[in-house]
Design a binder for this molecule. Structure first.
Ligand code: AP5
Length: 217
C-alpha cells in the first residue's frame, strides 16, 4: 500500500501513520522525524535543516528529495509506505512521482486530513513526544499516566521547539502557501480523498481505514 497523508501541521498525520504501521504493518516514513534525528545527530544535513525547522520554514526541496530518494530505496519501504510530511511542495510531489515511475510504481491513496486552525493550535500546544520511542501524547486529549513520562518506555517527554505559539502560526502560513496547492495537484490526478479530521483518534482511524478499503476497521 502506497499512501500519502496530507494536511496542516497538527492535523494528526503522525498519530494516524503510527496506527497504520502498527495495525497493517505499512512502514511509516516521516520526514519530520528523519530531520529531527539528523539535527540531534548533528549530521551535515541536520545542521542545514535546523536553521529552517526552528523558524517553521520548509527545508529546501533538493535536500528533501535527496533524503527521501535514499529513504525510499530501503528494502522495507521500496514498495509500501505511509508518507507523513512528504511531499510538501509541488516540486517534491513531482520528484516523488518520477522516483516511483522509474520503479514502475505509483501512489495509491492521498488522504487529506482537514482540521481548522483553532483545533490545530490546541493540538500542537499540548503535544508531547517521547524522547526515546517517539510515542505521541497530548496533555489534555491523550495524557500519559505519569506527568512527563512515557507510558511505554518510561523515558522523558519533551515539547518540540517548533510547537511554540509563534512558530505554530508561521508553520500554518507556510502550509497554506506551499503545501495546500497539493490538494488540487492530487485531486486532478484522481488520488485525493478528504477526511474530516475533527473527532477523536479512534474515529479518525476508522474513517482512514474505510477510505483505504481496509476491511474490519
Ligand atoms: P513535521 O514533523 O512533518 O511537522 P508537521 O507537518 O508540521 O506536522 P506535525 O508533526 O506537527 O503534526 P501531525 O499532523 O503529524 O500531528 P500529530 O499526529 O503529531 O515537520 C516539522 C518540520 O520539518 C517542518 O516545519 C519543516 O521545517 C521540516 N520538514 C518536514 N518535512 C518536510 C518536507 N517534506 N519538506 C520541507 N521541510 C520539511 O498530532 C498533533 C497533536 O494532536 C498530538 O499531541 C496528538 O496526540 C494530538 N492529536 C492527534 N489526533 C488527534 C485527535 N483526533 N484529537 C485530538 N488530538 C489529536
Amino acid at each position: 500500500m502506497r499512501v500519502v497523508l496530507l494536511g496542516p501541521p497538527g492535523a494528526g498525520k503522525g498519530t494516524q501513520a503510527k496506527l497504520l504501521e502498527g495495525q497493517l504493518g505499512v512502514p511509516h516514513v516521516s520526514t519530520g522525524d528523519i530531520l529531527r534525528k539528523a539535527v540531534s545527530d548533528k549530521s551535515p544535513i541536520g545542521k542545514k535543516a535546523a536553521q529552517y525547522m526552528d523558524k517553521g520554514k520548509l527545508v529546501p526541496d533538493n535536500l528533501i528529495l535527496e533524503l527521501m530518494g535514499k529513504q525510499l530505496s530501503r528494502e522495507n519501504c521500496r514498495d509500501d509506505f505511509v508518507l507523513d510530511g512528504f511531499p510538501r511542495t509541488i516540486p517534491q510531489a513531482s520528484g516523488l512521482e518520477e522516483l516511483l515511475k522509474k520503479r514502475g510504481l505509483q501512489l495509491e491513496h492521498v488522504l487529506f486530513i482537514q482540521v481548522p486552525l483553532d483545533a490545530i493550535i490546541r493540538r500542537l500546544a499540548g503535544r508531547r513526544t517521547c524522547r526515546n520511542c517517539g510515542k505521541l501524547y497530548h496533555l489534555v486529549f491523550d495524557p500519559p499516566s505519569r506527568e512527563g513520562i512515557c507510558d511505554g518506555c518510561h523515558n522523558d517527554l519533551y515539547q518540540r521547539k517548533d510547537d511554540k505559539k509563534e512558530t505554530i502560526a508561521a508553520r500554518h502560513d507556510v502550509y497554506q502557501a506551499q503545501t495546500a496547492p497539493l490538494v488540487d495537484y492530487y485531486r486532478e490526478r484522481g488520488l485525493l480523498q478528504e477526511i474530516d479530521g475533527q473527532a477523536n483518534v479512534e474515529e479518525i482511524k476508522g474513517r482512514i481505514f474505510q477510505a483505504l478499503g481496509v476491511v474490519g476497521a
